[in-house]
Ligand binder design. Structure first.
Ligand code: BGP
Length: 475
């Protein structure tokens, strides 16, 4: 048998990209709500354009998203129909603590997720919960400057304490921060950072990274105290950097870029700052404010497993040829001439998936969990309304085969696999609905028009068969 018994097949979503209902159930405003669709989006996500409230003339897709807040029973039933063993979702922080700095949690928010988890359990689906998937209450940004402020560690501790206490026995698998390395790329989205004119951006980002890393270790500690059965994972936006050529300068460049990403998991999995990171901070004169207590907490509370998203590999060149600039999950690099690309320019590299899996397993020797993988594509309906998304099936088949090879031939220990966006949802990078990942189609367009009706695509039955045969039948 290729995949181990009990392998957790499923799908993954994030609160801000599917829930909507941004002002219901006592929820407070969050950074993710005020990221508009359209031209200003990138500058806002990067912390370069300050937008801490809704402004006239913009469309904010997260306000309504796919309204999963009101559709979750229907949606979970569809996941169950595909045979999901697990469903990865995230908590909207500001549903639990609307401002972020309250001492008591909002009961309505806690009850909402409790119902949702019970609904999963009813269908035999194990919830896999991301504590924060890019969201940070707006009040914590206005009042404290987001994750640059150490006080956020305490607010996050309050959040996880409330969650672990309430969902003890209901949720076993937790991820502390979605794609924690996103801080260095889209810092408003990753850590609620907005930069002032002339500020040392890199210093602020590393300060925020340190605070999130310490908060992540605290979460691990608190989880073990509240419920030793809980398993805590870190979450990396993964994808190995290849050198553009075998020139040592390109190889070295790829190594440095890989270290920039590994840095986070090195701390979360090994419990201390790696030597190359200490040297980097020293050279740049950045003081992250490490205390003796931080050091102890980091060392004693390393993660149980390593989770990651994988969409493509990346390519690094010491002197990038200008015309070869590539795109791909916000990690800019050089285009790889050997790889085909998605409609959004993301390289497609199933063998790179196996390479990335091996790189992570070699480095950490801990079980891996693939918590995002998928193809964002435009879907065209047939005259009868059905959607034949063979391109999506092909992408997933090739990646599942690569993962299977990593397990059977390379001996990698793997807990599960959740595809990104089992149901169409708002794209994180573009704010579009038309960048679809789902097995389930949602009738909604980029401007927010549509009935929100759900329907099954061709890939729905395909994935159902994959799960039913535990990955044996990928045809
Ligand atoms: C990851 C994020 C997700 C998700 C995915 C696909 O970086 O964790 O939130 O959206 O990428 O990206 P996009 O939505 O931009 O296509």
């Amino acid at each position: 048998m290729a995949f181990p018994e009990g392998f957790l097949w499923g799908g993954a979503t994030a609160a801000n990209q599917c829930e909507g209902a941004y002002d219901e159930g006592g929820r407070g405003l969050a950074n993710v709500d005020v990221i508009p669709h359209g031209e200003a989006r990138w500058a806002v996500m990067a912390g370069e354009r300050k937008m801490l409230d809704f402004e006239d003339g913009y469309f904010y897709p997260a306000q309504t998203a796919i309204d999963m807040y009101h559709h979750y029973k229907e949606d979970i039933a569809l996941f169950a129909e595909m045979g999901f063993k697990t469903y990865r979702l995230s908590i909207g922080w500001s549903r639990i603590f609307p401002n972020g700095d309250e001492t008591e949690p909002n009961e309505e928010g806690l009850a909402f997720y409790e119902d949702l988890f019970r609904e999963c359990k009813k269908h035999g689906i194990e919830p896999l919960v991301t504590i924060t998937h890019f969201d940070c209450p707006i009040h914590l940004i206005k009042e404290y400057g987001g994750w640059r402020n150490r006080k956020l560690i305490d607010f996050y501790k309050n959040l996880v304490t409330a969650l672990f206490t309430r969902y003890k026995g209901l949720v076993k698998y937790w991820l502390t921060f979605n794609e924690i390395n996103m801080i260095l790329h889209l810092p408003f989205m990753g850590a609620g950072l907005v930069f002032e004119e002339g500020e040392d951006r890199e210093a602020v980002e590393h300060l925020a990274a340190h605070n999130e890393l310490v908060a992540s270790a605290w979460a691990t500690k608190i989880a073990r105290e509240i419920d030793p059965e809980m398993k805590i994972g870190c979450m990396l936006a993964a994808g190995t950097y290849y050198p553009y050529s075998c020139s040592p300068a390109d190889v070295r460049d790829a190594q440095i870029k890989n270290q920039e990403n590994y840095f986070f998991v090195d701390v979360q999995s090994r419990g201390h700052y790696p030597a190359y990171a200490k040297k980097f901070l020293e050279r740049r004169g950045i003081d992250v404010g490490m205390t003796a207590e931080d050091e102890k907490i980091l060392a004693e509370n390393t993660v149980d497993f390593i989770s990651f998203s994988y969409y493509s590999t990346r390519t690094a060149a010491a002197n990038p040829p200008a015309e070869e600039e590539g795109a791909g999950n916000v990690f800019k690099g050089v285009q790889n001439p050997y790889l085909a690309k998605s409609q959004w320019g993301w390289a497609i590299d199933p063998l790179g998936f196996r390479i990335t899996i091996n790189d992570l397993y070699d480095r950490y020797q801990k079980p891996l969990f693939v918590v995002e993988n998928g193809l964002g594509a435009k879907d065209e309906a047939n005259p009868d309304g059905t959607i034949d998304d063979d391109y999506r099936i092909d992408y997933l088949r090739q990646h599942i085969e690569a993962m299977r090879d990593a397990i059977t031939e390379d001996g990698v220990e793997m807990l599960g696999y959740t595809t990104w966006g089992p149901i169409d949802l708002v794209s994180a990078s573009t704010g579009e609905m038309s960048k679809r990942y789902g097995f389930i189609y949602v009738d909604r367009d980029d401007a927010g028009n549509g009935t929100m009706a759900r329907s099954r695509k061709k890939s729905f039955d395909w994935y159902k068969k994959v799960i039913a045969t535990n990955g044996e039948d990928l045809a």
